[in-house]
Design a protein around this ligand. Sequence first.
Ligand code: MRU
Length: 356
Amino acid sequence: MPDKSIIADDLPLSIEWKDGELYILDQTLLPHKTVMEHHTNAEQVWDTIKRLKVRGAPAIGVSAAYGLCVEMRHHVNLSSDEFIQKVKEQADYLDSSRPTAINLNWAMKRMVECLDQNISGSNDEMLNALIREAELIHEEDKAISYGLAKVAEPLIKDGMGIMTHCNAGSLATSILGTATAPMYLAHDKGKNFKVYANETRPLFQGARLTAWELDKAGIDVTLITDNMAAHMMATGQINMVIVGTDRVVANGDVANKIGTLGVAILAKHYGIPFYVACPSSTIDMHTATGADIPIEERDGAEVTTILGQDVAAIGTKTRSPAFDVTPNELVTGIFTEKGMITAPYKDALEQLMKGA
Ligand code: MRU
């Protein structure tokens, strides 16, 4: 199990389930304010996911699983059939909050499967089974990050410069992160390395979250703007890239935060290994290629403003795809809690998902 001591003691967790109540960290206020918001219904959780108060593929799956539970507490007086119908409707509703990260859909499917297995119980029994399932998803996510850390930590060598993009950190998961998990473990083992965190426009997850959480843990982290990535690689300061992902599809194409594709192309050009870290719940074998991944398009106001301040003239046209797809040929390896895989990804992913 993950050891809280390898992240900073005072780093808040993204999600807390305390005495049967759901608290979610408002990450839009970080790093300057730490506010844990109490959530009591699905609409509130939907809005929190949509606004990126909680974000990162694993964290939104866990939040939605608990969101379904707190919502269903309001409906235990329905008839059994109505209760079952309501769970399914609310699971679909929570799933609609963001389209790209498959973990959200995976968690909602898992909750509905759990309901189906407990369908003969009373409403209270069904609700309790859902709560146990959400707690299990949460606990498993913690253990998975630790598994990832152990798989990928040997890649980190003394003296390395490692680039990461966005936040695939403790804040994006239940604890420890995906891309950051091996960094925390390597640091705990006394390895010396530098992390370069790309700021990640438009919403600055790299600047506000990754640089903050790694620095708190005492890891040597340097913040750079996204357009500095090429220079850092060209001048030999980067030996490896590790990023997280929102969805890996059957051919090994990988969706991640907008800007990741550019980093992967640069890494290929400069001969720098480009690794992707994820729990196996991020692997979507039902989608054939990256072209089929739905890419979230966000409000243009996130592009015309920086942290609420206008930077472009009023009325400027924008586009705001929140993710891009890195083709599998640019990916050196994908590591999950089950191990590391390399090309050819189609076969490797099939084997991995069979548990082989
Ligand atoms: O829009 P966000 O902040 O949810 O995007 C997050 C990312 O792109 C992460 O890299 C990804 O979800 C992996 S989190 C372990």
